[in-house]
Design a protein around this ligand. Structure first.
Ligand code: ASP
Length: 588
C-alpha cells in the first residue's frame, strides 16, 4: 500500500505516530510563515501543516507549487491541533509534513470539487469522474452499494437464487419501445435489449428454481421524462408455488429490512389499498399517503342548485386544504392557474373559505345559500380556518386534476417531508386498460398477468371486460411507485386467450411468445413475482427527487452520455459489416 492510513482515520490516539497519507488536494492556505493543505480521499479530509523553521524549506517550497486536485503522498507525524475543528472527524489533529511527493499534478478542475459546487448540470455530467469526487455524490453511490448488499443478504437468507439472464434477447411488440442491436452473423436481424427479464424469470420457475432474483439492468427506449433513464436497474424477483399474499409478505419483509438496515427506521406493516379506492380517494394509483387530504365526492351535495358548471358535471369532487382560509386572492388565482395548466387539465377551480365563525364564503356564492354551503363544509369535515377546493367535470379527468392539486397543496403545507416514509401496497389493479387512440385493450401490467379467478367470467363479455381485476400489485412509497408485479398465467390456454384479447393472432402469438406458451405445456408451476426500481428506491432512501445522482454514469434528458459522447455514428465499414444499408444523416 502507498499509505499507512486513510484521510478519515486519524484521531488524538495517533498523535506522535509517523504516517503516510495519499489523496487529492482539497485546498491550500498560505499565511506567510505557516501554510496548510487539506488532503482528501473517499474516507475524509485531513489537514497538513507546514511551518517556517519547523518543516524543511524544501518541503515548504514544494507545497507552494501545489494546486487543487494534485495527487499527493505525504509522510509526517500526527500532531494535536491548537485550534480544533469539531466539524471534521479528523479535526483534532494535523500532520506535520516531513516528506511530500506529487504522484500526479492536476489541471484546474472546471468546477469546484466541494459539497456545494459552482458547476452546472452539463459540466458536471461531462466531467462526471470529477463530480463523483464530491461528497454528496459519492455518498449517494455508497448508499446504493449498501442497499444492494442488504438486498442480497435478505433474499439469500430467504433462499432466493441470483441468476443472470441474457442482455441480447428478442424484440417484442408489447410494452415500451425496444433498443435493438444488429446481428452481424445474422444479416438483417436484430437482438433487442431487455425491458425486463420477465419471460426469462418465468421460465426459471418452469425450470424449478422456485425463488429467483437479480439486480439487473433494463432498457426502455421511451421519451425521457425528467426522472427516467433509458437504462435503469431493477431488483427483479420471482417465486413459484405461491399466492399473492406470499409475495406481498416476502417483499414487505425486504423493504422493512432495507429501512431497518440502511436508515434505522421501522416502517411497520404496510397498509393495503385497492386500486379502486386509491383512484376514488386520491385520484391516483400511487397515492402520497404522508398526508391525508382525501377526496370527498360532492355531486349529491352541490348539484341541483342552479350552478350550471356543477349541474352538468359527471363528478364534483373536493378536498379540504386545512388552515388555508387565509389564502389571498393572489394565491387562489395561482391555484386556479395551476389547475388550468394543460398537464393538470381542469377548466376552473371553485373555492370556499371557512371563516373563524364557521361561515362559508365561496367563489360561487351567487348560487349557494349559507345553509347549502354549510353542507359542503360538513361533507369535507372542515373546521374554521379551512379552505375547500372543488373541481368538476368528467370523472377520470377531474380526479386526475384534483390529485395534482392535492399534491401541490401538500407541498405548500409542508406535508411531504422527505424524511418521513409512508409505504403501502396498492392491489387489485384492472387487468386491461382501454387506449382510445389505439382503439383496443392493453395489458395494464403486462400480458403475463393473471386475471383474478373470480373475475374470469367477466372476460367473456365485451361490456365487462374492462372490469376484470388482476392479481397485480404495486408498492408505493411517498407517492412513488417503487415496485410492482403480479401473479402470472401458467396455463397455456389462458395465456393464448390473453394474447388474443390483446389483439395478437395465433400466429403472431406463437411467433413472439411461442417459447413461453410451449414451456407452459411442460409442467409450469403457479408463480408470481415483482420488480423494484432500484435507482428510484435508492433516491427515495437518499431523500432526493432525481434518480440521476444515484447512478454513477447517467444519461442526460436527451438520452446522451455527454462524457463519452454517446450515442455516436459508426463507420460505413461497420454499417456494411452489419448489413445496414440505411444512409445515415450527415452529422450537423
Ligand atoms: N417485469 C415487470 C416490470 O418490469 C415486473 C414484474 O411483473 O415482475 O414491471
Amino acid at each position: 500500500m502507498l499509505r499507512t492510513h486513510t484521510c478519515g482515520e486519524l484521531r488524538l490516539d495517533h498523535v506522535g505516530q509517523t504516517v503516510t497519507l495519499t489523496g487529492w488536494v482539497q485546498r491550500t492556505r498560505d499565511a506567510g510563515g505557516i501554510s496548510w493543505i487539506v488532503l482528501r480521499d473517499r474516507y475524509g479530509l485531513t489537514q497538513l501543516v507546514l511551518e517556517e523553521g519547523v518543516e524543511s524549506a524544501e518541503v515548504r517550497e514544494q507545497a507552494r507549487q501545489l494546486g487543487r486536485e494534485f495527487v499527493l503522498s505525504v509522510t509526517g507525524k500526527v500532531a494535536e491541533r491548537y485550534s480544533k475543528n469539531d466539524k471534521m472527524p479528523t479535526g483534532d489533529i494535523e500532520i506535520r509534513v516531513a516528506k511530500l511527493d506529487v504522484l500526479n499534478p492536476a489541471k484546474l478542475p472546471p468546477f469546484l470539487i466541494e459539497d456545494e459546487t459552482d458547476g452546472g448540470d452539463d459540466l458536471r455530467m461531462k466531467y462526471r469522474y470529477l463530480d463523483l469526487r464530491r461528497n454528496p455524490v459519492r455518498q449517494n453511490l455508497m448508499l446504493r452499494h449498501k442497499m444492494a448488499q442488504a438486498v442480497r443478504r435478505y433474499l439469500d437468507g430467504q433462499e432466493f437464487i441470483e441468476v443472470e439472464t441474457p442482455v441480447l434477447i428478442k424484440s417484442t411488440p408489447e410494452g415500451a419501445r425496444d433498443f435493438v442491436v444488429p446481428s452481424r452473423m445474422n444479416p438483417g436481424e436484430f437482438y433487442a435489449l431487455p425491458q425486463s427479464p420477465q419471460t426469462f424469470k418465468q421460465l426459471l420457475m418452469v425450470s424449478g428454481f422456485d425463488r429467483y432474483f437479480q439486480i439487473v439492468k433494463c432498457f426502455r427506449d421511451e421519451d425521457l421524462r425528467a426522472d427516467r433513464q433509458p437504462e435503469f436497474t431493477q431488483i427483479d424477483c420471482e417465486m413459484a408455488f405461491v399466492e399473492q399474499e406470499d409475495i406481498l409478505n416476502t417483499f414487505e419483509g425486504l423493504v422493512q429490512y432495507l429501512f431497518q438496515e440502511v436508515k434505522g427506521v421501522d416502517i411497520g406493516t404496510l397498509p393495503r389499498m385497492t386500486y379502486a379506492d386509491a383512484m376514488r380517494q386520491y385520484g391516483n394509483d400511487k397515492p402520497d399517503t404522508r398526508f391525508d387530504m382525501r377526496f370527498v365526492e360532492l355531486s349529491d351535495v352541490v348539484q341541483g342548485q342552479g350552478f350550471p358548471v356543477f349541474d352538468a358535471a359527471e363528478l364534483v369532487v373536493g378536498i379540504n386544504a386545512i388552515t388555508c382560509a387565509h389564502y389571498t386572492r393572489k394565491q387562489l388565482d395561482e391555484l386556479t392557474d395551476f389547475v388550468k395548466k394543460p398537464q393538470v387539465g381542469a377548466t376552473g377551480l371553485v373555492y370556499a373559505r371557512v371563516d373563524s365563525d364557521g361561515n362559508v364564503k365561496s367563489s360561487v356564492d351567487k348560487f349557494y345559500s349559507q345553509q347549502e354551503l354549510q353542507k359542503w363544509s360538513v361533507a369535507l369535515g372542515a373546521n374554521p380556518g379551512d379552505l375547500l377546493l372543488l373541481l368538476a367535470g368528467p370523472a377520470d379527468k377531474t380526479r386526475k386534476a384534483l390529485s395534482e392539486l392535492r399534491l401541490e397543496m401538500g407541498q405548500r403545507l409542508g406535508l411531504r417531508d422527505k424524511n418521513s416514509f409512508s409505504p403501502l401496497w396498492v392491489v387489485d389493479f384492472p387487468l386491461l386498460e382501454y387506449l382510445e387512440e389505439e382503439g383496443r385493450y392493453f395489458a395494464m401490467h403486462h400480458p403475463f398477468t393473471s386475471p383474478k379467478p373470480e373475475d374470469m367470467a367477466l372476460l367473456d363479455n365485451p361490456d365487462t371486460i374492462g372490469q376484470v381485476r388482476a392479481n397485480a400489485y404495486d408498492m408505493v412509497i411517498n407517492g412513488v411507485e417503487v415496485g410492482g408485479g403480479s401473479i402470472r398465467i401458467h396455463d397455456r390456454a389462458v395465456q393464448a386467450r390473453m394474447f388474443s384479447l390483446l389483439g395478437f393472432s395465433d400466429e403472431e402469438a406463437q411467433a413472439q411468445f411461442g417459447f413461453l406458451l410451449d414451456a407452459f405445456e411442460y409442467g409450469a408451476p403457479p408463480h408470481g413475482g415483482l420488480a423494484f426500481g432500484f435507482d428510484r428506491l435508492c433516491s427515495l432512501f437518499g431523500g432526493a427527487d432525481s434518480i440521476r445522482d444515484f447512478i454513477a454514469f447517467p444519461k442526460n434528458n436527451s438520452g446522451r452520455d455527454v462524457m463519452i459522447d454517446s450515442p455516436s455514428q459508426i463507420s460505413a465499414a461497420q454499417l456494411k459489416e452489419l448489413s445496414i444499408e440505411t444512409k445515415v444523416a450527415e452529422k450537423k
